[in-house]
Design a protein around this ligand. Structure first.
Ligand SMILES: Cc1ncc(COP(=O)(O)OP(=O)(O)O)c(N)n1
Ligand SMILES: Cc1nc(C(=O)O)sc1CCOP(=O)(O)O
Ligand SMILES: [Mg+2]
Length: 212
């Protein structure tokens, strides 16, 4: 892992029938030569066993590590530690940010989901190093989310935390990158933009170009 914080976060689509590792490999291939631009977040369904999540996290790490690409683990801090990930991401149903920081230690990357400025400032004060903010737009890959924030909602959070990177998530595709960056987002996180693509390597390249 290099020094710059990645602007593109690829989140694994672990729904049954998806080639999640194939997408990770394609994304990592697209970042050849610029590994600092990409992070891969290991995200599995809630009912996946710890053993299966660990094995999947290891498989992702084996693709990302040799290429120098950052690995983050969603929700499961024990898996993050066990696979020697660079960090983790927590939301409202996971360990609180301060507790997660205590588990991971001071050097780890720690992301927190926030949807408005007050909780965003609190997450940063508690030890978050970046924020996942969304849903930016309608998404087909996660149910039960509040109404989309749009670029202005993402910008409101970004303006509240200034130097902490805001990663916009939810229904993001390459065409939305310019609008989100203009609003204040540091980068974007995607599932469907790659998982639903016939050519995830080309889709990653397009996202990286739009974010550069
Ligand atoms: C970059 C990023 N932003 C937001 C989320 C969502 O996390 P969370 O609210 O904990 O929801 P689940 O992903 O656990 O369903 C994320 N994973 N990554
Ligand atoms: C996992 C997740 N969290 C969200 C949030 O807003 O907290 S939106 C989301 C799904 C992102 O997938 P896609 O890029 O396919 O929309
Ligand atoms: Mg979570």
């Amino acid at each position: 892992m290099g020094s710059a914080f990645p602007r593109l976060h690829v989140i694994t689509d672990a729904r049954p029938g998806r080639d999640a590792l194939g997408v990770v490999a394609a994304a990592v291939a697209a970042a050849t030569g610029t590994p600092d631009t990409l992070a891969v977040q290991v995200r599995v369904e809630d009912d996946v066993t710890d053993r299966a999540a660990y094995e999947f996290g290891l498989a992702v790490a084996r693709i990302c590590r040799p290429a120098g690409v950052m690995v983050l683990v969603n929700d499961r801090l024990d898996v993050a530690v066990a696979v020697d990930a660079d960090g983790a991401h927590v939301g409202a149903d996971d360990l609180p940010v301060a507790a997660a920081r205590g588990v991971l230690g001071p050097a780890a990357v720690l992301g927190a989901t926030c949807r408005e400025p007050v909780s965003a400032r609190a997450a940063v004060a508690a030890g978050a190093t970046y924020l996942g903010v969304g849903p930016a737009f309608q998404t087909s890959t996660k149910a039960g989310l509040p109404a989309p924030l749009g670029a202005p909602g993402i910008g409101a959070v970004a303006g509240a935390v200034e130097s902490t990177p805001v990663i916009a998530i939810g229904g993001v595709d390459v065409d939305a990158v310019g609008e989100l960056r203009a609003a204040g987002a540091y980068g974007v996180a995607v599932v469907g933009a790659l998982a639903h693509s016939a050519n995830p390597q080309a889709a990653t390249s397009a996202l990286l170009k739009a974010l550069a």
